[in-house]
Design a protein around this ligand. Structure first.
Ligand SMILES: [Zn+2]
Length: 273
């Protein structure tokens, strides 16, 4: 069953099973619906770095924070660079990057915390969102995994950080793999495949030759699932979406299907105070 369920009042996808199991936990993914941005950013663009009107983006972020039960001051985000670095967020970083690009947490594709009242977010238009919760330590995390973040194993970076900081047992960690470009729409060349083969011996399970020679259809979500299991996550604890952001361009922004000129969705997670 699809773990990311559409709430038609808020126009967001919520991880309802997680939220029901752990009161106070909020986790999900935004859609392109319900915002104030115009043209190719129509309408709920979450990214300040894509050429949209800043005021519209901030208004959209305020709406999302509000409907998720967080003050806008708790919205915290990072400068995403397609790497595998993850950063710990404490009360001192709360609110970083919410209003402008200058104040973002530097060069981190993953953020984590175990403090209540911090709303962790990161931004997407086809890349894979990973969401983490450790029910024992209450640690939560977001990680942005495009092909580069996936092959450099940002999921494992997050697990290593959570284990080191909070004593997380990977076998008890819950992970959700969210809406992103599907194997149906993601054709890659040999340059990408060379890195996929280095990342996992099981590469033939996550990529199949496409109709064009020297090209493959790559399943980035399956690749991330494979790497998470290799890092000790219980397969039964992984919730994977079936939404393809490129096929469902009506619901989502898609970098590939809109030739790069588009907005961003946000993944979000946090504990309400
Ligand atoms: Zn597709």
């Amino acid at each position: 069953m699809e773990p990311f369920l559409l709430n038609e009042e808020t126009n967001t996808l919520q991880l309802e099973k997680w939220e029901a199991a752990y009161p106070g936990l909020v986790a999900g993914f935004t859609t392109r619906w319900g915002g104030t941005s115009q043209d190719s950013f129509d309408s709920c663009n979450m990214g300040l770095h894509v050429g949209d009107v800043d005021e519209h983006v901030i208004q959209n972020r305020r709406r999302i924070a509000d409907i998720q039960g967080f003050p806008f001051e708790s919205w915290t985000c990072a400068d995403q660079v397609h790497g595998n670095a993850v950063a710990k967020v404490t009360a001192g970083h709360k609110g970083a990057g919410r209003n402008d690009l200058k104040s973002v947490i530097k060069e981190s594709d993953g953020l984590y915390t175990n403090e209540k009242g911090i709303f962790l977010t990161s931004f997407y238009a086809d890349c894979v969102p990973l969401l983490f919760v450790d029910p024992h330590s209450k640690a939560v995390g977001v990680a942005h995994a495009g092909w580069k973040g996936s092959v450099s194993n940002i999921g494992k970076s997050m697990i290593t950080a959570l284990t080191g900081e909070y004593g997380t047992n990977p076998g008890q960690l819950l992970v959700a793999i969210g809406p992103s470009i599907g194997v149906c729409c993601y054709e890659v060349d040999e340059r990408v495949m060379a890195e996929v083969r280095k990342a996992t011996d099981d590469w033939e399970q996550v990529a199949t030759p496409s109709e064009q020679s020297d090209r493959y259809m790559l399943d980035l979500r399956l690749l991330n699932e494979r790497l998470l299991i290799d890092a000790g996550v219980d397969p039964a604890h992984i919730s994977m979406t079936s939404y393809c952001t490129s096929c469902r361009n009506d619901i989502f922004f898609s970098h590939r299907s809109e030739n790069g000129k588009t907005g961003r969705m946000a993944s979000f997670i946090g504990w309400r105070e």
